[in-house]
Design a protein around this ligand. Structure first.
Ligand SMILES: [Zn+2]
Ligand SMILES: [Zn+2]
Length: 273
């Protein structure tokens, strides 16, 4: 708690506004009465970032994002105390002040965002926020209404690439398929999570009913080889409009190599292929 309060005091130094124009801080201050996180420390952190934003146009402050403005909230990764989710944000981020409506104009409606949870509000320190800010644009904070955990809301970019690379899109679709086997799922996911720029490094789960004219070619009992047609063809790039993969080579002929049990699917086996 001590370091939390110290952080607040450091930030609060720039709370005083001596701008001779209508800065963001003044606009935010007008709206303080319109929202609360329900927690004095969280309110203070958000207010401090707002009162320190003396820009006229581009906004750098955090805002309180009510949980019901987020949807398609999906667990991605992380342990009990430190979970990460993806979600979509109905309103999008503050772009600039709309003088006519005396309100914020927003961009990026229904955008994808990342949520990082904290199991208690006292662990929300500026240090924690700054660590995220080193890699991401932070938009604000919200509170999971079920667990009551506070969450930091930030962009959906890959930390390594600094943009929405293949791994981000693959991760978004983890809940849309399963092989029925946890180890195989994890294995395919790991190839997808390392295919940052090179899509050909990623494997995918191909439902058996997307294959046709399956013909036995050769091989022994434990190691049979078949040929087949593949209805969909391979993934080539992400289509942001349809939120789905674009594919090449529809109805391509592929080779299937059988495995007598799932534990024999190793990286070594796949690299050999
Ligand atoms: Zn100011
Ligand atoms: Zn990446």
């Amino acid at each position: 708690m001590d370091s939390f309060l110290k952080n607040i005091k450091n930030l609060a130094k720039s709370r005083d506004c001596d701008c001779n124009f209508e800065c963001n801080a003044k606009r935010f201050k007008q709206k303080f009465k319109n929202w609360t996180s329900g927690n004095i420390y969280v309110d203070e952190i958000i207010q401090d970032t707002q009162l320190s934003d003396h820009n006229y146009d581009s906004c750098v402050a955090l805002e309180w994002i009510p949980y019901d403005r987020l949807y398609e909230i999906k667990y991605l990764t992380g342990s009990e105390s430190d979970k990460v989710y993806s979600a979509r944000w109905i309103d999008g981020y503050i772009d600039e002040w709309d003088k006519k409506n005396q309100n914020w104009e927003r961009k990026g409606q229904n955008m994808f965002v990342t949520l990082k949870s904290l199991n208690n509000s006292t662990s929300i320190t500026l240090e924690f926020i700054n660590k995220i800010a080193a890699h991401h644009k932070i938009y604000g904070m919200t509170q999971d209404l079920e667990t009551k955990n506070y969450m930091v809301v930030f962009d959906n970019k890959c930390e390594k690439c600094k943009y929405e690379c293949n791994t981000v899109y693959f991760q978004r679709n983890f809940d849309k398929w399963t092989s029925g086997d946890n180890d195989i799922d994890k294995f395919i996911q790991s190839t997808q999570l390392s295919a940052h720029r090179n899509i050909t490094e990623a494997l995918e789960w191909i439902p058996y009913d997307r294959l046709y004219e399956i013909k036995y070619l050769t091989g022994s009992e434990s190691d049979k080889v078949y040929s087949a047609g593949w209805i969909d063809g391979n993934i080539c790039e992400w289509d942001s409009y349809f939120q789905a993969w674009k594919r090449n080579n529809k109805h391509i002929f592929v080779t299937l190599k059988g495995l007598n049990n799932s534990t024999s699917i190793t990286l070594e086996f796949i690299n050999k292929v």
